[in-house]
Write a protein that binds this ligand. Sequence first.
Ligand SMILES: N[C@@H](CCC(=O)N[C@@H](CS)C(=O)NCC(=O)O)C(=O)O
Length: 290
Amino acid sequence: MSKLLLEKFPVPELRHWSAEGLDPGREVVLYHFGPSACSQKVRLALHEKSVAWTERLINLVAEENLAPDYMRINPRGVVPTLVDGPNTVFDSRTIMLYIDRNFPGPTLVPDGLEDRQVFDEWMARQDEFPIRTLTYGNAPGPMGRVMRGKVAKRVGLIERLQHENPDLADAYAVKRADTEGWLEAQSNAQTVKDVNAQIERQLEALETRLAEARWIAGDEYSLVDAAWTVMLGRLAFVGLGGLLASPSRPRVTDYYARVRGRPSFAAQVTRYQRKPYVLGQVIRGKFRAR
Ligand SMILES: N[C@@H](CCC(=O)N[C@@H](CS)C(=O)NCC(=O)O)C(=O)O
């Protein structure tokens, strides 16, 4: 049965982006997962800078991020991780800034002091938002149930991996504590409700900001727009797309249409959030024997 389903929901071939002005032989490797918001942020940055990259897919539904080999690359056991020659870079915000600074292409961080301050503030607003609770607490239908069910079973898996890999005992202990908090948050209706109210407040603030500037940090598109693109795309993904079409927030609606109209959105967000693609990953994850 799983084989049949896998044939029905193939994972499309992934294209890699052509680079201009990169040293021949420089290989940029991104460990990522298609629908992961943090991975999307980094992919948008790579795309907007036209950086060539090679992918290593880490299927979060299959918990490949917990595999000892991956934990030895990224001890936090999360995606994304960027490897650029001798440099291994963690954390989506840090990776985005690293990409902007270390590759040719348009500058995606504003120069002026005022714009830079707004940039930092809105990067933090996005980065600190409990997007995991928003996603897992709201994900609709059977897909949502599979996602939440996987989290519930993770603690046992982590305990086993911790036992089998004493060199990673501390890293797995952190994962275990984090998973317990995650489980609690996604199952607590009040917590999910609070997070949903919190995103509405952020959208109100975004509406106000967009009355002052065309893009979040001024006249030019920047990395903070990429970060918020992912945030808004996530709302649509988890069935809260109505929040982006509210008549009380016309600027947010227009802004979402503009970021969605960029080629980077189709290539790095939509295509990794299409139902057949996501279902393919979920099914692979669900049936993969560990
Ligand atoms: N602050 C980190 C968070 C990374 C993160 O939580 N990644 C998620 C996907 S968006 C993940 O790998 N989740 C799996 C897990 O926590 O076990 C970043 O921005 O990169």
